[in-house]
Design a protein around this ligand. Sequence first.
Ligand code: DX5
Ligand code: ZN
Length: 216
Amino acid sequence: MIKIAPSILSADFSKLGEEIADVEKGGADYIHIDVMDGHFVPNITIGPLVVDAVRPITKLPLDVHLMIENPDRYIKDFASAGADIISVHVEACPHLHRSIQLIRDSGAKPGVVLNPATPVSTIQHIIEDVELVLLMTVNPGFGGQSFIPSVIPKITEVRSLVNQVGKSIDVEVDGGVNPDTARQCIEAGADVLVAGSAIYKSRNRKKAIESLRDSM
Ligand code: DX5
Ligand code: ZN
């Protein structure tokens, strides 16, 4: 079963509550929240305050994607604000195992994220400790960018790593996901699709979610 995680980065922030209710009604599985600090990526977005405000208005798991330097400093804050899944970038964590452990100790599910140019071998030794692997299919920082097709073989690689481990670990993709690229990602082994503009720039969010899920 393919899960859909709408990214609120492309939502209308002046009515964020309605925007989240709309995708929840439309069949979304997770709410993807993009946290950016203006250092690790060139954009600044959301902090724990917003996660805290969103928590009571949806039953869906909050999938928090940290694109920040020194994420260890903020893991506890995001967990107490109500994040269900917290994912950190390999490129931002010199002590990756410790960061993952911090997420688990805070009560959230740990995820790990790879930029398009980062090889899968960097997560080989921590794969058993995470519940989700997120593969960036654009360089993180902004919504609405074009999908980078050279990431496809990495999806296959992560899928076989996950199968070897034999645990249920989500293989998630993020960036430039639309019905066409979604099909390629699912074929390669992804089972969670993050989509910002493909969902929020559509008038009918339910239809947009369905066409991603049924893209195969
Ligand atoms: C990019 C973010 C994505 C972004 C995806 O840095 O991590 O989650 O919102 O947006 P689209 O689907 O428009 O590429
Ligand atoms: Zn994201």
